[in-house]
Design a protein around this ligand. Structure first.
Ligand SMILES: *[C@@H]1O[C@H](CO)[C@@H](O)[C@H](O)[C@H]1NC(C)=O
Ligand SMILES: *[C@@H]1O[C@H](CO)[C@@H](O)[C@H](O)[C@H]1NC(C)=O
Ligand SMILES: *[C@@H]1O[C@H](CO)[C@@H](O)[C@H](O)[C@H]1NC(C)=O
Ligand SMILES: *[C@@H]1O[C@H](CO)[C@@H](O)[C@H](O)[C@H]1NC(C)=O
Length: 749
């Protein structure tokens, strides 16, 4: 009954939250601070107010605790509440002093504020009215005790010498301890004789009381000789100083002559500049205390008779400060929660956790608290509430507040319907996810059609509720319903499974063989389920082919439905490679690859060398270029001279240079001419590009091989004989090689 009521409440809360997010867990906007109440005021106002304010919706209601016990601001009591503020009337020093905390609650839970103390400051009167006189010898040191009366709140001490308003002035010889109120005179002089009265002022109540006067008299039995310093006022051996605060250390010595007081750090680190050493004689004051000011300090009292020294250790402390705070959490039943709180501080803070204003007891095994970590497993509705992590050291506490909402949900598919249609190919695997929202997680069952699903070695319900079918068959098609159930309800969601024929590529994988310049069709034909659309994609050497680019060589020629053929027009050598046809349907994707071999004329031979050259012959060597998939059948050699018109075929030995030769001798060259040679390779597809020219090489020179012809003489004048002849040149001379033209230009070669 209780659970149900809570559930209804939560669900209505959640419902409202969904519509307008006005609901909010309580958050403090104001927390109480400590109060020191001056007792002298009790007669007049006699009331204090601790403030506390929290936001939240529904609006928070407030409670207060004193020393951990609830106070009841009922009518007639001296407590009253206005908003979250606690007003205490008719203050009573004995009943009302203590530690106060404010609690703010709404339907989300309760949070508790930091602690605030109420203390009463007061200063009573001195009880004694007479003090016996103190007699000392001149030159001796003396301590006059103040002995302040009962009090609370910080005190300031001063001393009246004889009559008000003459106060004792502090100097190297006289010192008033603000710790004890005592007056120290290092070395008594005759002028010190008189009546001394301690004056105590409470800084909170501003009240001031005077002690009984103490007469100081000189003894007449002589003067005290010199003696070494004796430290009478010393600071504690261990002092804890809060970060940022000001610390004052007192040190004063009696002695004759009057000792000097000096301060130093034992680790001989110099004092920081913030320490005013001019002030420091009996008091060393360190403002804004920081970690680096921690250490051992030493006070040295010295006079001509000797020295005396005291030490004390200052340690640094810092109240805790939060550096990591968990976020509010909303969880389902049976989920788990881990929250971590982290705080800095010196000493290292320790942690405790609270739930709805009470310390969290981890009596239940599923609730664990370790340092700053709270973990709860198997969450239940009753874990809902406000949580607080409290990090504290002996110098303070900090609170981090978090909300945990554990929600109950009846099974709900509204955000996670089953996939309405699942396609699978025959022999394929299928997973149907069933992910309702429900809290706690309940039971999942499946129906096929209207029958409970029968599991088999191919069909099984997984632990997470999903359904898995392996190696699907046509009989697996149908409507599947996932039914989810927990103690709060039942819900179901239905989807269909459709089983399709697999897609198969019917073209046999093959190697295609074409010659440069031809066109070729790369086939890709499939058989497939006619109800499925096909998508063909082609790759050339694993790169996607974009039809319409690639210089327009590639073209789709496949039909509408089952063919993805493509054609390559005017095939070039660079089109050789691996072509992959990929086919995709909604149920599968397959691919097939074809190797395209492109045959072309051989590539240019390389490394043409003139190995030897004579006057009319040159022997050449070369290396073969690529054969482009057709063996080289022959090489042709061409030559060029500065006089020839471009490249000309030359006569070689052997006359026909076979495809497996890599040398040949060129004959019938002209002497004394610069030649360049190049080699061309041929195969059954054609003759390829010529090689690069060889280096220039000059044939050797030689004497003319023929005698002049048709020599004749005659004619001329008396003393002359004209002899004429004709050069016998073979007809090819000027046609091929021109050195003869150079030698005999008049021959009109
Ligand atoms: C609350 O606790 C403090 C410290 O223990 C004590 O001094 C004070 O008297 C207590 N106050 C009341 C009302 O019990
Ligand atoms: C000190 O006080 C006593 C008694 O009140 C008085 O007799 C005496 O004269 C005072 N001494 C001085 C030096 O004022
Ligand atoms: C899938 O089922 C078919 C017939 O239903 C069977 O021949 C085949 O071996 C099965 N394949 C696998 C991997 O179980
Ligand atoms: C010599 O002259 C004759 C007659 O003019 C001519 O037929 C013949 O070809 C010439 N021979 C040569 C080598 O030029």
């Amino acid at each position: 009954m209780m659970l149900l009521w809570k559930l209804v409440l939560l669900q209505s809360l959640m419902g409202c939250l969904a519509e307008s997010s006005v609901l909010q867990s309580p958050v403090f906007t104001k927390q109480p601070g400590s109060i020191v109440y001056p007792v002298e005021n009790l007669e007049r106002t006699r009331e204090v107010v601790f403030s506390c304010e929290a936001q939240g919706s529904p609006p928070p209601v407030y409670q207060w605790k004193l020393n951990g016990t609830e106070v009841s601001p009922k009518s007639g009591s001296h407590y009253s509440l206005s908003g979250g503020n606690l007003r205490i009337n008719h203050l009573n020093k004995d009943q009302d002093a203590g530690t106060y905390q404010c609690l703010a609650s709404n339907s989300f839970g309760t949070i508790v504020s930091r602690e605030a103390s109420l203390t009463f400051a007061y200063l009573e009167n001195f009880k004694t009215h007479r003090r016996s006189s103190v007699s000392v010898r001149e030159g001796q040191g003396v301590v006059l005790l103040c002995g302040p009366p009962p009090h609370s709140g910080d005190l300031i001490f001063s001393w009246i010498f004889n009559e008000y308003p003459t106060f004792v002035k502090q100097d190297t010889r006289r010192f008033i301890s603000q710790e004890t109120g005592n007056l120290y005179i290092a070395k008594v002089e005759p002028s010190d004789v008189g009546n001394y009265t301690c004056v105590v002022t409470n800084t909170v109540t501003k009240t001031r009381v005077q002690g009984p006067p103490t007469p100081l008299v000189l003894r007449s039995d002589g003067v005290m000789g010199e003696y070494e310093p004796k430290i009478e006022v010393q600071f504690p051996e261990f002092v804890h100083v809060a970060k940022g605060s000001t610390v004052k250390l007192e040190c004063f010595a009696l002695g004759n002559p009057v000792p000097s007081i000096n301060w130093r750090r034992v680790d001989s680190i110099p004092f920081p500049r913030k320490v005013d050493m001019r002030k420091a004689s009996g008091v060393l004051e360190i403002p804004y205390f920081q970690q680096e000011d921690a250490g051992t300090y030493e006070c040295v009292a010295e006079n001509s008779r000797g020295m005396n020294m005291v030490k004390g250790k200052l340690s640094f402390y810092a109240p805790p400060q939060l550096i990591e705070k968990p976020q509010d959490a909303q969880k389902l039943i049976d989920d788990s929660l881990v929250w971590e709180c982290k705080a800095t501080g010196k000493p290292k803070p320790s942690y405790r956790w609270m739930k709805n204003g009470e310390n969290l007891d981890s009596a239940e095994e599923r609730i664990q608290v370790a340092n700053g970590v709270l973990s709860i497993t198997r969450l239940t509705l009753s874990d809902t509430g406000m949580y607080q992590c409290v990090a504290g050291n002996k110098h303070g506490e900090v609170y981090a507040n978090m909300e945990l909402r554990v929600i109950a949900v009846a099974p709900d598919f509204s955000h996670n319907q089953l996939r309405s249609q699942t396609l699978v190919k025959v022999g394929g695997d299928v997973l149907i996810e069933c992910k309702p929202k429900m809290s706690p997680w309940g039971a999942i069952s499946w129906r096929k059609g209207s029958e409970p699903l029968r599991e088999s070695n191919r069909v099984s319900i997984l632990d997470n509720g999903n359904l898995r079918i392996w190696n699907a068959t046509k009989s697996d098609a149908g409507l599947y319903t996932c039914v989810a159930r927990n103690q709060f309800g039942v819900a179901s969601s239905t989807g269909s499974v459709t089983v399709k024929e697999p897609t198969i590529i019917t073209t046999l994988p093959s190697t295609l063989d074409v010659s440069v310049g031809e066109s070729v069709v790369l086939p890709c034909q499939v058989s497939h389920d006619p109800s499925l659309e096909l998508k063909f994609t082609w790759f050339f050497n694993e790169q996607l082919i974009h039809f319409g680019s690639h210089g327009g060589f590639f073209e789709k020629v496949g039909g509408q439905h089952s063919a993805g053929d493509i054609m390559i027009r005017n095939v070039q050598l660079r089109h050789a490679g691996k072509y992959t046809c990929a086919v995709q349907t909604k149920v599968d994707s397959i691919s097939i690859a074809v190797d395209l071999v492109v045959r072309g004329p051989p590539g240019p031979p390389t490394s043409i060398h003139v190995e030897e050259i004579s006057d009319t012959t040159a022997s050449l060597s070369w290396r073969p270029g690529p054969d482009n998939h057709s063996p080289i059948t022959a090489y042709t050699i061409q030559a060029r001279t500065p006089f020839s018109l471009g490249w000309q075929a030359v006569t070689t030995v052997p006359e026909v240079v076979g495809g497996n030769r890599l040398t040949a001798t060129v004959i019938d060259l002209s002497p004394w001419v610069e030649y360049e040679f190049r080699v061309l390779a041929s195969n059954t597809v054609g003759t390829g590009e010529p090689s690069k020219p060889s280096k220039q090489a000059r044939t050797k020179g030689t004497s003319p091989k023929v005698t002049p012809a048709n020599v004749s003489g005659g004619g001329g004048s008396r003393s002359e004989l004209v002899i004429t002849w004709e050069v016998s040149i073979y007809s090819g001379c000027c046609k091929i090689i021109s050195p003869c033209c150079e030698m005999f230009p008049e021959n009109h070669c």
